[in-house]
Structure formats: structure tokens, C-alpha cells
Design a protein around this ligand. Structure first.
Ligand SMILES: CC(C)(COP(=O)(O)OP(=O)(O)OC[C@H]1O[C@@H](n2cnc3c(N)ncnc32)[C@H](O)[C@@H]1OP(=O)(O)O)[C@@H](O)C(=O)NCCC(=O)NCCS
Length: 193
């Protein structure tokens, strides 16, 4: 129900508070992998805090200030994508992503992010989407690059993670840079490039 196909065996669906046990089980499988780069998994330390994360996003979605979606591969929750920030007044938003190891390297995140970009620009008329990553997070920056985001710069030691002040890259895409058929990469493929 309410599922968008990402691949033959994978779908994107809303991720909601009632799914907290499934979400926690997924986070446990991916915790070490995700923790290495971002503080997302650490927010869900147990069932109560996992439910609180999902409830916070549900509340923010109701206020139109964020959105959260899960990725199911062969019926198992394996990752997700979200609008970490969503500000209709300025027309700007930020996309965040994560997977457990079993879902990595299949193109699911890139495909899901395309759907989010399309929703932001085409459905909601947003103007600018940001993507933030550590420079050494090569898989994350590769997603932004493949989708046609532009690297704007490095915020020096802006990201505190596990006691270390990491540099943070900011990438962005503006509405006129997105081609709804699938974005820059998709358009190039369609044109036979
Ligand atoms: C960042 C993260 C989500 C990226 O996941 P990912 O699986 O590399 O991204 P995608 O789903 O877009 O997959 C791209 C990979 O799938 C491969 N792929 C396989 N089949 C594919 C297909 N049908 N279509 C597109 N790509 C495909 C691509 O070649 C690419 O692999 P490569 O980089 O080894 O060449 C993941 O590494 C992660 O969760 N990291 C920890 C948390 C994190 O850092 N989050 C981001 C914080 S900024």
C-alpha cells in the first residue's frame, strides 16, 4: 500500500511510528555501518527511542517540515531516505539517506532520491535541495554527484560526530537544473549518451 517501485524486488514506502519494531531491527543490522558516518542510528538505541524518532518525523510531516520514507528489499526494511529539512517559505530542503549493508551497491538510494527530487521540485514547487556529507564519505558524495548535484563548498569542521569535528561538504540542486524525466543522468541515458 502507498508503495513506489524502486526495482523489481524493492519499494519505497512511508516509514511510520507503528513500524518501530521493524525499524529498530533494521537499525540493529545497520548500526555499525551507519554510525561510522552519521548520528542517525544512535538516535534509535531501543524500541522507545526508535518509536520517538519515527514519531518526531510523523509530527514534522504533519507540520510540513520534514518527511521520512523506508526502502523495503524483498519485503525487509533495509534503509531509507528523508527530507531532513523542508522549508516552504524559502523553497529549500535537504535530503538525507542511509542503508544497512545488505542494501548497498544496488542503486536503490539513487533511485529513491530521484523520486524525492521530483516530489520536491515538480509536485511541491521547491526551489533548492541540499545534500550534506563528509568529504571522506565517498559513497554518499557519489550519490550526489551521479544525480547532478553541484558541490558548493566545504564547511570546515562543521560536523561534530563522536567527538570529532569533521569537515562537511554542501551540495545543491536548483529547480531549473532538474529534468523530471529522471534528472541529468536519466536524461543523458534517454538521449543515448
Ligand atoms: C550513503 C549510502 C546510502 C550510499 O548507498 P549506495 O548503495 O552506495 O547508493 P546507491 O543505492 O545509489 O547505489 C549506488 C551503487 O549501486 C551500484 N548499482 C548497482 N545496480 C545499480 C542500478 N541498477 N542502478 C544504479 N546503480 C546501481 C552503482 O554502481 C553504485 O555502486 P558503486 O558506487 O560501487 O559503483 C550508503 O553507503 C550508506 O548508508 N552509508 C552509511 C550512512 C551514510 O553515510 N549516509 C549518508 C550520510 S551523508
Amino acid at each position: 500500500m502507498f508503495a513506489l517501485p524502486l526495482a523489481e524486488n524493492a519499494v519505497l514506502r512511508p516509514l511510520e511510528p507503528w513500524q518501530a519494531p521493524e525499524y529498530l531491527a533494521h537499525i540493529e543490522r545497520g548500526r555499525a555501518h551507519i554510525d561510522r558516518w552519521i548520528g542517525w542510528a544512535a538516535l534509535a538505541a531501543d524500541l522507545e527511542s526508535a518509536r520517538a524518532v519515527l514519531q518526531r518525523y510523523a509530527d514534522r510531516q504533519a507540520a510540513d517540515s520534514a518527511r521520512l520514507f523506508g526502502i523495503w528489499l524483498d519485503g525487509t526494511l533495509v534503509g531509507g531516505v528523508m527530507f531532513v529539512q523542508w522549508d516552504t517559505k524559502t523553497g529549500t530542503c535537504e535530503i538525507g539517506v542511509w542503508t544497512e549493508p545488505a542494501a548497498e551497491g544496488r542503486g536503490l538510494i539513487g533511485t529513491a532520491v530521484r523520486l524525492l527530487i521530483d516530489y520536491a521540485f515538480t509536485t511541491r514547487g521547491m526551489h533548492r535541495i541540499e545534500w550534506h556529507n563528509r568529504p571522506d564519505n565517498v559513497r554518499s558524495r557519489a550519490v550526489a554527484q551521479r544525480l547532478g548535484f553541484t558541490l558548493e563548498g566545504v564547511m570546515r569542521e562543521s560536523y561534530l560526530h563522536r567527538g570529532v569535528h569533521h569537515d562537511g561538504e554542501v551540495w545543491s540542486m536548483l529547480t531549473h537544473e532538474w529534468k523530471p524525466a529522471g534528472g541529468p543522468a536519466g536524461a543523458a541515458e534517454a538521449a543515448g549518451a
